[in-house]
Design a protein around this ligand. Structure first.
Ligand code: SF4
Length: 318
């Protein structure tokens, strides 16, 4: 018996969706942004690809009034905070980030009362309300620079405890009080899987995202954000790499480095939320102008301050 083909596997249907999206984009003068963890077909149709920081910057620089943000909720929200005059659409309303949900204003205020005087650095993987309650934001690309830029010795860092640990190793003269959050995708990787991948690919360099557990980071040749990994691969004379982050990244790495080889250490390196966005949802989003992400003005202005402060640190350190 022949199995029923899913619509994602149906090439004619996918071709028709691509045509429809291009037409809608033209009609509405919209642009599509996609995170490096998105599905291959979503990455292919995007006008801009990047990590959180690159996409936040791209939104401020593009001319279009309508932006379809293929990523998770906090990313679209960040884009809206920076660009309130633009319409930011998140194709799948349910695409969230479990790590971002691990911190809220109440938990953050509790930390602040426990460590009075310590400024709050919040990872961009957080809600607008948490950003508004923080002193400065950071992404995985600039987290070390952001914490280094602060004159205070003691710092509160939320929500990612693994990223906080990594910053602590880079800045031992600071004292970081970390939140309890973590990325379930990056925590899913086991030591055995990494050891096995290294055995199978003895020539390959191991790259990992700082959201991975510290014991895994200790085994790496390179630690950085997805944009950092792209740069590392571009400059490296090596030909093989084990990619310690969400599997979507491998699609982009292969596309931009066709002569190099990339391996995922685990079948489980998949962020379910990032995979919710499909071509069908992008077409639906553009056609019906859903789901718009907006932040109320009072929160937006405060959150914007934390983001602007982050952007200025990046410029200073460039
Ligand atoms: S990969 Fe992790 S941090 Fe990124 S969106 Fe998914 S759950 Fe959140």
């Amino acid at each position: 018996m022949v199995g029923k083909m899913s619509r994602i596997e149906d090439k004619d249907y996918q071709r028709e969706l691509r045509r429809k999206i291009k037409q809608l984009k033209q009609e509405k003068q919209a642009v599509i942004l996609a995170h490096n963890y998105e599905r291959p077909e979503v990455q292919e149709i995007a006008d801009f690809l990047g990590d959180s920081l690159e996409l936040s910057r791209a939104v401020t620089e593009i001319d279009a009034k309508i932006v379809v943000f293929c990523g998770v909720h906090f990313m679209a929200e960040t884009a809206s905070i920076l660009n309130p005059e633009k319409t930011i659409l998140l194709p799948v309303k349910e695409a969230g980030c479990p790590m971002a949900d691990m911190i809220n204003v109440k938990k953050l205020r509790d930390l602040k009362s426990r460590y009075p005087g310590a400024p709050v650095v919040c990872y961009v993987n957080s809600s607008a309300q948490v950003k508004a309650e923080s002193d400065i934001c950071c992404t995985s690309s600039n987290a070390v620079e952001v914490v280094r830029s602060l004159s205070e010795k003691e710092i509160i860092f939320v929500p990612d405890r693994n990223l906080a640990d990594y910053i602590q190793t880079q800045l031992p003269h600071k004292k970081i009080f970390a939140g309890e959050g973590y990325c379930p995708t990056h925590m899913r990787i086991s030591d055995e899987e990494i050891i096995q991948a290294k055995k199978e690919h003895p020539e390959a360099l191991l790259m990992a995202h700082p959201e991975c557990p510290p014991r895994l980071l200790a085994l790496t040749d390179y630690i950085g954000s997805t944009s950092g990994m792209l740069e590392f691969v571009r400059k490296s004379p090596a030909h093989e790499f084990i990619v310690g982050t969400e599997k979507g990244m491998i699609f982009r790495l292969r596309r931009e480095n066709p002569n190099k080889k990339f391996f995922s250490p685990s079948e489980h390196f998949v962020c379910a939320d990032m995979k919710l966005t499909t071509l069908g949802w992008i077409a639906h989003s553009l056609e019906n102008m859903v789901h718009e992400v907006k932040v109320n003005d009072r929160i937006r202005k405060k959150a914007r301050k934390s983001l602007d402060r982050m952007m200025s640190v990046k410029k200073v350190n460039k």
